[in-house]
Write a protein that binds this ligand. Structure first.
Ligand SMILES: Nc1nc2c(ncn2[C@@H]2O[C@H](COP(=O)(O)OP(=O)(O)OP(=O)(O)O)[C@@H](O)[C@H]2O)c(=O)[nH]1
Ligand SMILES: [Mg+2]
Length: 214
C-alpha cells in the first residue's frame, strides 16, 4: 500500500470514543518496549508519528492512527511492565477483552514479539487469548536486525515453538530499523482489510444484464 496520509486520531479510553466511520482496524499487541510504535512508524514511513520509548507502561489507552482513509492501526498498551498496578492491569485486561470480543471493525491482530528471546508467558497468554476470541492473528517477530542473518531462522523456530504457533496464522520476520518484512506485512494486512470499494459497485450483475439488452 502506498501511504499518502497518516494521522493520529484519538487515545480512546472507552468504546464511545472509538471511531465511527467503520474503516477496517488492525491492532498491535505486544509487550511494553517490544517495538509496536516503531513498527507503526516504519509501516507508514513516518519517523515519530507513533511515539516511541516514552515511559514504558504509561499508555493505557487504545491509540488510533488513520492511514490513507483506508484503515486504522490501533496501538494497544504494552503488557508485561512490572510497575503497572494490579488495578491498572485489570483495567487493561477488561478494555482489551471488550475490544477483542466485540469490535466488528477489527480485521487482524498483529502480535509483536521480540525475536531475540523466546516469547514470554504474557506473549503466550495473549496468543492463546486471541485464539480463544477467534481473531485472525499475524505474529510479527521484530528486531531481526539485532540477530546475525545466519541465526535468524533458528530464532524464528524458537519463537514459533514457544508460542505454540498455529500454521494457519501468518508470521513475519520484521525489523523497524531496516524495513525488513514491511512489504510482506502490508500484503498480509491488505488481504485482511476486505474490499473497500464494494459499495461503489453494488450491482455488477444487473449492469451486465442491462448491457446484454443493448
Ligand atoms: N534495533 C531495533 N530496535 C528497535 C526495533 N523496534 C523498536 N526498537 C527500539 O526499541 C525501543 C522500544 O520501541 P517502541 O516502538 O517504543 O516500543 P513499544 O512496543 O511501542 O513500547 P510501549 O509503547 O512502551 O508499549 C526503542 O528504543 C526502539 O528504537 C527494531 O526493529 N530494531
Ligand atoms: Mg508504544
Amino acid at each position: 500500500m502506498k501511504v499518502t496520509k497518516a494521522e493520529f486520531v484519538i487515545s480512546a479510553v472507552v468504546p464511545a470514543q472509538y471511531p465511527e466511520d467503520a474503516l477496517p482496524e488492525i491492532a498491535l499487541a505486544g509487550r511494553s518496549n517490544v517495538g509496536k510504535s516503531s513498527l507503526i512508524n516504519r509501516m507508514i514511513s513516518r519517523k515519530n508519528l507513533a511515539r516511541t520509548s516514552a515511559t514504558p507502561g504509561k499508555t493505557q489507552q487504545l491509540n488510533y492512527y488513520r492511514v490513507n482513509d483506508d484503515l486504522y492501526l490501533v496501538d494497544f498498551p504494552g503488557y508485561g511492565y512490572a510497575k503497572v498496578s494490579k488495578t491498572q492491569r485489570a483495567a487493561f485486561g477488561e478494555m482489551i477483552e471488550r475490544y477483542l470480543l466485540s469490535r466488528e471493525e477489527l480485521k487482524l491482530v498483529l502480535l509483536v514479539v521480540d525475536m531475540r528471546h523466546p516469547p514470554s508467558k504474557d506473549d503466550i497468554s495473549m496468543y492463546e487469548w486471541l485464539q480463544h476470541y477467534n481473531r485472525p492473528v499475524c505474529v510479527v517477530a521484530t528486531k531481526a536486525d539485532k540477530i546475525p542473518k545466519t541465526r535468524r531462522q533458528k530464532h524464528v523456530k524458537i519463537v514459533k515453538e514457544t508460542l505454540g504457533f498455529k500454521p494457519y496464522h501468518s508470521f513475519v520476520m520484521f525489523s523497524s530499523e531496516l524495513g525488513l518484512g514491511k512489504d510482506e506485512l502490508w500484503a498480509i494486512m491488505e488481504s485482511h482489510m476486505g474490499t473497500k470499494d464494494h459499495e461503489e459497485e453494488p450491482y455488477p450483475d444487473s449492469e451486465n444484464e442491462s448491457n446484454e439488452h443493448l
